[in-house]
Design a binder for this molecule. Structure first.
Ligand code: GLU
Length: 501
């Protein structure tokens, strides 16, 4: 068994998030970052950010920016970095040379054409498609002679010959093994001197003294070869912990190509998610506690998190495209709603302010004279909202005279009762004359009005709700009226006839 370090930490933990900046911050990448960050925080360790930008063609500055902003928004603060892999190419090259010098790697002069011809022959003969190790036995003189003639060469890793295997214990998947004969003498340095990703990644992890490599299951294919590199360089192995994949309901890997923006962190920010709610949702995609708790404060999560809670089974991103009510996984929405209604209202106010500002509905008095009103309003409406956007959507009527009218509210609460077109303005006048504006006085006035007309109070109440808030349902109507205010209420009731067209 090669891996000796224990799964959970007994040493100074050093972990890293190592994204390749080839696109936006994906929720799968964010989950990797979250697991590493939590593990570091739990053990008082170091969380390193390393940008793996060696694929120059696919990497972009915009993507790096997006990743940094995404992590910051999520609150995943890193302790070191960002380091850039491309700054360390020389060290990667030197490591390759060291491996050649110690006999763990060798120069290979086979041309692309030769390799292709041999592979084709092997294909016909149904033999192994691995490199046939032609150059593995070249003597130092033969190598020197070819280099002197200027023949280009790559560097290949010399996989141990004969029976045997790379064995290691993954903290999630348990003991794993790969036979040497199933591993090709893989290239670690190209003929132009540029290192291959597999080498750079391992060399950087060694340099950064990474103790736990926590990454996606797709990294598992690299692990045996990386362990060979570690061993050949005489470095101590980290613990490897590979996280399960996240699949959609049709068992497809989640990706931008298949799912679009819903898999980017930015999408959640743009849709009014609280950053911690997204962290809380993402952590559950592949990790759980024995009692299956779902809501964790930052402190609770840091305490509860452990590698042993990561499941081997793929997690499911329960997203049904085309269902407008659930623009993402319903669990993500319900977790966000949970935080909206349970966080300290002062803190919520800090999140709602930018939404109101962006919608042109912010009143500076919400921080002065109208502070209490503002906080009270948030308290009143938040119980039914799902995202921060809802404060300027379904709850817009509290902050603006221009608000959307739900189709159902219009049809069912108003148009179905044509008499309301005359009644509600009359009621508006009566309410405007109230000397005190409270839940009790408004309720009394409305009920007395219904009684005089001999109609069910419900008809009037539902009509007022639609006219004043645009909604079919909501908090207690008289609480709403008090918050929205006498002038606005009576003005909105006065305009009801316009809705009847
Ligand atoms: N740059 C790799 C990726 O984005 C990270 C692999 C690793 O964590 O070792 O997939």
């Amino acid at each position: 068994m090669t891996g000796t370090a224990s799964n959970e930490a007994q040493e100074q933990v050093r972990v890293r998030f190592a994204p390749s900046p080839t696109g936006y911050l994906h929720i799968g990448g964010a989950r990797t970052a979250i697991y590493n960050w939590l593990f570091a925080r739990k053990h008082g360790g170091t969380f390193i950010l390393r940008i793996e930008d060696t694929d120059v063609e696919r990497s972009s500055a915009g993507s790096i920016q997006g990743i940094l902003e995404g992590l910051q928004w999520l609150g995943l603060d890193w302790d070191a970095g960002p380091y850039f892999q491309s700054d360390h190419t020389e060290a990667h090259r030197e490591a390759a040379e060291r491996l050649v010098a110690t006999g763990h790697a060798y120069r290979c002069f086979c041309t692309k054409e030769e390799l292709e011809a041999r592979r084709e022959a092997a294909r016909q003969a149904k033999g192994s498609l691995h490199y046939d190790r032609t150059c593995r036995g070249l003597t130092a003189e033969e190598v020197a002679e070819r280099q002197a003639r200027g023949i280009p060469s790559v560097v290949r890793f010399r996989v141990p010959a004969g029976p045997g295997s790379v064995r290691f214990r993954d903290a999630v998947y348990g003991p794993l093994e790969r036979n040497y004969e199933d591993i090709e003498d893989f290239v670690i340095l190209r003929s132009n001197g540029s290192p291959l990703y597999l080498l750079s990644n391992a060399v950087d992890d060694i340099r950064d003294e990474i103790t736990h490599v926590i990454r996606g299951q797709d990294g598992l294919a690299n692990t045996p070869r990386q362990i060979l590199i570690y061993e050949a360089l005489g470095a101590k192995l980290p613990v490897f912990a590979h996280m399960p994949l996240t699949l959609d309901l049709a068992k497809r890997k989640i990706s931008k190509r298949t799912h679009g923006e819903v898999v980017s962190v930015q999408f959640y920010r743009a849709h009014g998610f609280l950053p911690w709610a997204l962290v809380n949702f993402l952590v559950l995609l592949g990790w759980h506690t024995s009692d299956d708790r779902e809501i964790f404060s930052r402190k609770e999560l840091t305490e509860a998190f452990s590698l042993s809670g990561i499941s081997r089974a793929n997690s499911v991103f329960n997203y049904r495209p085309g269902d407008p009510k659930f623009f993402t996984d319903p669990k993500a929405i319900s977790i966000n709603a949970h935080y909206l209604r349970s966080m300290p209202v002062e803190e919520l106010a800090g999140h709602v302010k930018p939404e109101l500002l962006a919608a042109g509905l912010w009143d500076p008095e919400y921080e002065n004279r109208r502070r209490q009103w503002f906080l009270h309003t948030l308290e009143l409406v938040r119980g039914r909202l799902h995202t921060l956007k809802d404060f300027v959507g379904p709850a817009r009527a509290y902050f603006s005279d221009e608000f959307p009218m739900e189709e159902k509210a219009l049809q069912k609460n108003l148009l179905r009762h044509p008499e309301l077109a005359a009644w509600l303005p009359q009621l508006g006048v009566r309410l405007a004359a109230l000397s005190s504006w409270t839940v009790e006085t408004t309720e009394e006035t409305v009920r007395a009005f219904a009684e005089e007309l001999d109609v069910k109070a419900g008809v009037i109440i539902n009509g007022i709700r639609a006219a004043v808030t645009g909604q079919v349902a909501g908090p207690g109507l008289f609480d709403c009226l008090v918050v929205i205010g006498r002038d606005r209420v009576s003005a909105r009731l006065g305009k009801v006839p316009e809705l009847y067209g």
